[in-house]
Design a protein around this ligand. Structure first.
Ligand SMILES: *Cc1c(COP(=O)(O)O)cnc(C)c1O
Length: 359
């Protein structure tokens, strides 16, 4: 049999998560964020499944949008960082993409371009994250200049990004929204990422911009009842390929970082950092073997991990292993690897087969 690793993609869960977003923000349009290959899930697969269910998509750059248009995606697609050079504007207009404008250079390109049709623009305002967007004091002038440009359609949306919406205890979200609410021009508005959508109803406005939650994961630092409704889209699975008994006091794996405290049964699973499982996953990171929790024991190798299955029964070569997804939240694994779930799915290499389940 071929190597058993799969990243199973449950498109029924994806649709369910869109419905959760709709129910939480019933008055807002949904722009689904599918940048970075849909957070590693596969941009074309995810965008095709989302197409009937959402109002627009967002990607990081024109290359990602071109891939989606070539696959027959006709939804509006926003370029979240706008153009990187003036030559892109031609193609932006031809492919009917939406364009972020956040700085003087991008604005100047729009004012001076010759384009086949006017472009829909999203004016990004920096309300306090200090990463992207025009300063609030400059925003009215940008808005006026966009309106005055024949190259720009007059349905301008203004948007901002929340830096700490995942933290219910942070005061930053309210501060940012106060700045956003004080902008003195009448454009449509958008602020909420997944955390804003899940936990900050006052951030919903005309559009919401979720990514992570659509893939069934909670971005929240604290438990949140709305996040409990999400269903994981990706379940990463592998299998046991070898088993051994190890006496007390022996070390397992590279560097001998894990030493048995008792006579132990060690299962070797054919997945490693070359397959997208994080090398920094600590000893004790949970793994499901035949649906039962076991603990990672020893360092993650490129193609294998070792798991302590001493307390489990019925484990044999071929037993199914779940690394994250159904029954094992991605965020829990991310914590054990000192990262966030976003990074784990986004870094999933092509080597790991995506298998689509149309639930
Ligand atoms: C990635 C991104 C999002 C989506 O964030 P999630 O936390 O995945 O919901 C929204 N807006 C912008 C500008 C982004 O870059």
């Amino acid at each position: 049999m071929a190597r058993p690793n799969q990243a199973r993609l449950d498109l029924g869960a994806l649709r369910h998560n869109v419905n959760v977003a709709r129910r939480l923000a019933p008055a807002s349009k949904i722009m689904a964020v599918v940048k970075a290959n849909a957070y590693g899930h596969g941009a074309v697969t995810i965008a095709t499944a989302l197409q009937p269910a959402v109002d627009a998509l967002a990607v990081a750059c024109i290359e990602e949008a071109v891939e989606l248009r070539a696959a027959g995606i006709s939804l509006p697609i926003l370029l979240l960082e706008g153009a990187f050079e003036s030559q892109e504007l031609q193609q932006v207009a031809e492919l009917d993409l939406w364009l972020t404008v956040e700085n003087e250079r991008q604005l100047h390109w729009l004012e001076t371009a010759t384009v086949p049709a006017p472009i829909s623009c999203w004016l990004k305002v920096d309300t306090g994250m200090n990463r992207m967007g025009a300063k609030p004091a400059m925003a009215p002038d940008y808005y006026r200049r966009l309106l005055a440009t024949p190259n720009v359609r007059d349905d301008i949306v203004t948007y901002t990004h929340l830096a700490s919406a995942d933290d219910l205890l942070s005061l930053q979200t309210q501060r940012q929204l106060a700045v956003f609410d004080a902008l003195p021009f009448p454009a449509l508005r958008c602020a909420a990422n997944s955390a804003g959508l899940l936990a900050w109803p006052q951030a919903h406005y005309d559009w919401v911009r979720p990514g992570y939650m659509l893939y069934g994961n909670s971005p929240m630092l604290q438990d949140h009842e709305n996040a409990l409704e999400l269903q994981p889209v990706m379940t990463l699975t592998s299998a046991v390929i070898s088993l051994r008994d190890v006496a007390t006091g022996e070390a397992v794996g590279y560097g001998g970082t894990w030493v048995t405290q008792r006579p132990s049964r060690i299962a070797t699973v054919t997945i490693g950092y070359g397959d997208g499982y994080p090398r920094h996953a600590a000893n004790g990171t949970p793994v499901l073997v035949n649906g039962q929790r076991a603990a990672l024991a020893g360092r993650v190798s490129m193609d294998m991990i070792t798991v302590d299955v001493t307390d489990l029964s019925g484990v044999e070569a071929g037993s199914e292993v779940v690394l994250w997804g159904e029954g094992l939240p991605l965020s829990e694994i991310a914590l054990c690897a000192d990262t966030i779930g976003y990074e784990l799915t986004t870094r999933m290499p092509a080597r790991t087969r995506r298998v689509v389940i149309r639930g």
